[in-house]
Design a protein around this ligand. Structure first.
Ligand code: HEM
Ligand code: HEM
Length: 177
């Protein structure tokens, strides 16, 4: 097997775009905005919708990942590098789920479903850091960003320094032979 399942390939790149939107939009636009700003409701609504689409795609992705055939682990000859790759991939999956769970825990503690989607008319809390899961969301954000950075550097290192055509494994094409 030379490549990942095409559905997994598509999901890898679609979730990447949505994660970038949630990470960049969340940290650069949403978090610095005061909760009293009327625009905050709109941006929080969008953030929660994106977060839930990511959840659905990640569950689908994990299901396909566990059931489909995939290429053998990369063998670079460096045991540490090969082990790190496997651990990093598990870490990426886990941290995305940490973000979703802590996001939801913050939202439930602040009664966001009723405020944003139920028209309860209640005001947002002054600061989401009143709720402990908000800090988990922040720490998860930092760790996930670092791990994604490492993952991208590693993929480019494989492709352009080790020249082992790793990117092709995460792209469409003939899988057998
Ligand atoms: C939000 C950003 C990203 C996340 C969360 C992510 C996550 C993952 C995960 C979990 C895997 C393991 C595949 C699996 O077991 O399902 C993977 C594989 C891969 N990713 Fe990403 N990825 C991201 C961005 C990127 C980018 C920007 C590149 C290219 C520069 C890239 C290149 C690859 C490659 C080449 C593989 C296959 C590695 C192999 O064959 O062992 N990824 N990615
Ligand atoms: C993988 C999915 C998600 C990612 C990558 C993500 C990312 C982020 C980021 C980067 C921030 C700003 C962090 C900071 O600067 O400290 C943030 C804040 C927040 N997120 Fe998420 N998030 C995700 C899912 C969710 C979900 C599913 C919910 C709710 C159901 C949610 C609710 C929130 C809330 C309430 C805030 C606080 C905004 C504020 O402090 O003003 N997030 N998120």
């Amino acid at each position: 097997m030379k490549r990942y399942h095409p559905a997994l390939v598509a999901l890898h790149w679609i979730t990447m775009l949505l994660l970038f939107a949630a990470l960049l939009g969340g940290s650069l636009n949403m978090a610095p905005m005061a909760n009293s700003d009327p625009e905050k409701l709109e941006i929080l609504r969008l953030h929660m919708i994106i977060g839930n689409v990511i959840l659905a795609l990640m569950v689908l992705r994990l299901g396909i990942r566990l059931r489909s055939q995939h290429p053998p682990s990369v063998n670079t000859g460096n045991l540490l590098q090969d082990k790190a790759a496997g651990l990093a991939h598990i870490g990426l999956y886990l941290l995305v789920f940490v973000m979703i769970a802590s996001g939801w825990a913050t939202a439930l503690a602040a009664d966001l479903p009723a405020i944003l989607f139920g028209g309860s008319g209640a005001a947002l809390p002054e600061d989401f850091y009143e709720f402990a899961p908000r800090l988990v969301h922040r720490i998860g954000f930092i760790l996930l960003s670092l791990l994604i950075g490492l993952h991208i550097v590693a993929a480019l290192y494989h492709q352009f320094v080790q020249k082992d055509h790793l990117l092709a494994r995460m792209w469409f094409g003939k899988r057998k032979g």
